[in-house]
Design a protein around this ligand. Sequence first.
Ligand code: 2AM
Ligand code: CA
Length: 268
Amino acid sequence: MSQALLNIGVKAARRAGNIIVRGLQNLDNLQIEQKGQNDFASQIDRNAERAIIGVVREAYPDHAVLGEESGADGDGDVQWIIDPLDGTTNFLHGFPQFAVSIAVEVKKRGVAGVVYDPMRQELFTAVKGEGAQLDGKRIRVTQRRGLPGSLLATGFPYRSFDEWADRYWDMLRAVSERAAGIRRPGSAALDMAYIAAGRVDGFWEIGLSPWDTAAGEILVREAGGLISDLHGGEEWRDRKHIVAGGPKVFRELLKVLRPLARQVTSVG
Ligand code: 2AM
Ligand code: CA
């Protein structure tokens, strides 16, 4: 069952990837809409989402869908959570770090996830209970023993009204004193896929939406990683802050971040 869902997810992700790559060749003529401060979407985001939903609906007309651009549609136990273009800011600048992210949840639990990088044509997939794969080969999180020597990913606050931004900069300072390197690639879905693939040891960010992390969550868990909110709890999706990583790096990262996250409750 889950494998069949994944196959449809892969088909949809590749189709969206083709739309994105074609869009990149025509960036100068793109119509860009500003959804909020520093929050952009293009015709490409919308076209890619429409293509994904088309593939899903053709296979599963009854499934519910939650897309970044079109919102929620349908109800029922099975829901597809779609970010057609994660890393839109990068895309709009031609900075080649963005991805398609598609997850399938049954009763809010992830059963299959796809993150597709159309520039490198890398396909990260996971099915619950069956592990995570990159282009069909098994991937696992790193077993690094702690923050020393680690490479981490994160995302900076990008809106001036983010009242938790000062807390974030304190976190960045504290972590940068301990880790070997911190990267801010700009696509949370790819950051989490990279944890699963062992390319980074850990990740944290504040202010993410469900579609940014739904597929990444399945990848990280199936690759042997751990995820929590900044308080060490399970409500990272509602609270909109997240820590993830290989087991030991995850624990050390949380230990550093947790005291600094005290005032960061749920992020609007
Ligand atoms: P998006 O491109 O799908 O919106 C990176 O910090 C994460 O935050 C990405 O997953 C990105 O998802 C989201 N994000 C939303 N708006 C952003 C912005 N203006 N700049 C950077 N990231 C943004
Ligand atoms: Ca997006």
